[in-house]
Design a protein around this ligand. Sequence first.
Ligand SMILES: NC(=O)c1ccc[n+]([C@@H]2O[C@H](COP(=O)([O-])OP(=O)(O)OC[C@H]3O[C@@H](n4cnc5c(N)ncnc54)[C@H](O)[C@@H]3O)[C@@H](O)[C@H]2O)c1
Length: 253
Amino acid sequence: MNSKQQRVAAVTGAAGGLGLGIAQRLARAGYQVVAIDRAPQVEQATQPLRDEGLKVQAVVLDIADEEAVRRMVADVDARYGRFDILVNNAGIHPKIDGERNSFLKMTTLQWNEVIGINLTAAFVLCREVAPLMRRQKWGRIVNMSSRAGRTLVETAGIHYAAAKAGMIGMTRIIASEVAGDGITANCIAPGRIESPMTTQGSDAQRAMLVGRIPVGRIGTPDEIGHVVEFLVSEDSGYLTGTVIDVNGGTFMC
Ligand SMILES: NC(=O)c1ccc[n+]([C@@H]2O[C@H](COP(=O)([O-])OP(=O)(O)OC[C@H]3O[C@@H](n4cnc5c(N)ncnc54)[C@H](O)[C@@H]3O)[C@@H](O)[C@H]2O)c1
């Protein structure tokens, strides 16, 4: 890669929350960002970045649609001639039964929906993008897990916890298989971060949650973007197959 070329970074779930924070960070760090979301608002949400003169292409895409994912990967390759960074951030966490989703009440359909988007779609994206990274002998994959994939989180549904734990196992296998090709694959396991996924609940519930976080506050999408920027940097080539916990100290409690 010569100095005039720009690394291309695709971020899924970039219409808001963590994904938008990650897209902002990478765009400001000089990457060509492909901001993907099934919500058409991804266009509007990333417009301020384009207004700043940053390179951000918005793509409306349901990552559960395998054919559409293949077309997107081919389009990125045709347009930029490369695919350097994949951030599998998109995810869902539908509440089934109030705050705690009892596994006894969960239907197979509900299970499949969450596993399908939070795990299978990320697998498909890794599988489709890795050959392009291999071709260029360089790549960075960052998969969004969760504290719920690392330990018991009482508000997490069984489908969500299984998908997020699965993300860690999947990433380990990918990292080992592509390690000789200049490609790294790592997970981030966030604790509570400000986003549309987590802003529900009363003030009292929020105060209780904050009280359990040693640093005394909820994290920000930009703080997750910061960790992504570190993981995808040129100098992070020796860092692979790991999980970085970003949770204000909650996991040590
Ligand atoms: N916010 C937190 O506290 C927290 C904690 C741990 C892990 N996470 C994980 O971080 C990621 C982002 O979470 P968030 O809080 O920003 O959530 P969010 O709901 O605010 O944003 C998720 C985005 O993903 C998009 N999306 C969902 N399904 C999609 C699909 N099939 N195709 C394309 N886009 C799709 C949504 O439209 C949305 O814009 C998720 O994987 C989540 O599980 C979040």
